[in-house]
Design a protein around this ligand. Structure first.
Ligand SMILES: [Zn+2]
Length: 430
């Protein structure tokens, strides 16, 4: 036990500034990969697990995972579902509109989207009369986009890719990377390549779940192996100047419970730096994002979530009553694995995605089933793991509530429907 496992995945220096990293401030245990769903029919094998821990860079104050799992392991069993919901479409239509406005009167502007998926943002760029090119290494997605007339290069965004884009299309006026910044390990290479691709007055737009929201709302279940960096504005101001770039504008957006859309320009670019940038930096300083104490407090609260939830579950089970779960997104894997829940505590988890049904929750033997099971095997309690859809789920299962089923919502305070908890527990019973 003296040698921790997966030492080969341990990251020794900061992704942004190369400073040696200290020990973790939060340890969520040795956890299975959040998107690795094993079929219930598969033989019982030891699942791949890796420590899930976060640390704070003492120099640039980037919060990041201590261990980086190679991408080919993480995406081997990835269950892709196209994200063409109405919410996403509106999100990207607004996104493209904002980018178009910021480009002003640039002539015949080119927008390049890194990790363009099935081309949702590319289509919105075209709507705004931008020339749009996507880059995505997933063959099926690139093919799907190209068939829809959304030009997509099926490759990684590396130096050779930039050379190819420059040769065929010229310099880019906008480069966008949504989730790229939080999910890519070698962020220096990304910055170098973007800087080479961008026109002098071009803009680089990134979107990521905001660290400030995670700390404030206790969204620790956003921590999983694919999500390598937990970004605030302060560390970006240490990273970007190394590549001749700087932040010039910031917008708050609703995705993932609260994200930032950050606009970056070249130092010599024409855009002026908006006051919101210094406001964010001052606010992050005020909230102590550069102090270890803030993260130790956060870690303490996270441990309390586990203690509270386990005590609640133990009490219910001791009374001989049953518990099911609702929702099996990546964030559910984090809570279930961190709390070390298994079939002794939870009989099954319901999820409406048929691709996940008849699989186990990663790292456990808890089966994922369709919501029809709630009728045939009605539980006494349901834990809602997909907090971002809690309101929607509560509406859907109202009839169960009327028949006496009670609900436990970890982490989330749904102020509109739930009275404040007198005992200050980190879950709510409805
Ligand atoms: Zn750093």
């Amino acid at each position: 036990m003296n040698t921790p496992p997966h030492d080969q995945y341990l990251k020794k220096t900061c992704r942004y500034c190369r400073t040696p990293l200290p020990a973790a401030f939060l340890d969520l245990g040795s956890v299975a990969l959040a998107n690795s769903y094993v079929p219930v029919s598969a033989p019982v094998n030891e699942e791949f697990r890796c420590p899930l821990r976060t640390t704070l860079c003492p120099s640039c104050h980037l919060v990041q995972l201590t261990h980086v799992v190679p991408p080919d392991l993480m995406f081997k069993h990835y269950l892709y579902v196209s994200s063409t919901t109405k919410t996403f479409q509106k999100h990207f239509a607004d996104y493209a509109c904002t980018v178009r406005e910021k480009l002003g009167n640039a002539k015949n502007p080119l927008a390049v989207d890194i990790g363009s998926n099935d081309g949702l943002l590319l289509a919105c760029y075209q709507q705004e009369s931008l020339r749009a090119v996507g880059v995505d290494p997933a063959t099926n997605l690139a093919e799907e986009a190209n068939q829809k007339g959304l030009r997509t290069l099926n490759r990684y965004f590396d130096k050779a890719c930039v050379t190819a884009i420059l040769a065929e299309f010229g310099k880019a006026h906008a480069v966008s990377g949504n989730n790229v910044f939080a999910h890519i390990n070698d962020i220096h290479a990304v910055c170098r390549n973007v800087s080479e691709l961008l026109d002098k007055n071009g803009i680089f737009v990134i979107e990521f779940p905001y660290l400030g929201v995670m700390l404030e709302k206790m969204y620790f279940d956003m921590i999983y192996h694919e999500h390598l960096s937990y970004i605030a504005v302060t560390p970006l101001t240490r990273l970007l100047p190394q590549f001749g770039m700087e932040v010039f504008d910031i917008q708050e957006v609703a995705s993932h419970g609260g994200s930032l859309r950050v606009f970056i320009k070249k130092k010599e670019g024409r855009h002026k730096i908006e006051p919101v940038v210094s406001a964010f930096l001052a606010e992050e300083k005020r909230r102590g994002f550069d102090s270890e104490q803030v993260y130790r407090t956060f870690a303490g609260k996270v441990m309390k979530v586990k203690t509270d939830l386990l005590a609640c579950i133990e009490k219910i089970r001791a009374e001989g009553r049953s518990i099911a779960g609702y929702g099996a997104p990546a964030k559910a894997s984090t809570i279930i694995n961190f709390c070390e829940l298994n079939t002794r505590q939870i009989d099954y988890v319901v999820d409406d995605n048929p691709l996940k049904q008849n699989h186990f929750v990663p790292g456990t033997r808890i089966p994922i089933v369709s919501s029809a099971r709630l009728e045939t095997h009605r539980p006494d309690f349901i834990i809602i793991f997909a907090w971002n859809f809690a309101r929607e789920i509560l509406g859907k299962i109202e009839p169960l509530k009327q028949r006496g089923v009670r609900f436990i919502v970890p982490l989330l305070k749904i102020k509109e429907t739930v009275p404040p908890d007198e005992e200050n527990l980190s879950y709510q019973m409805i």
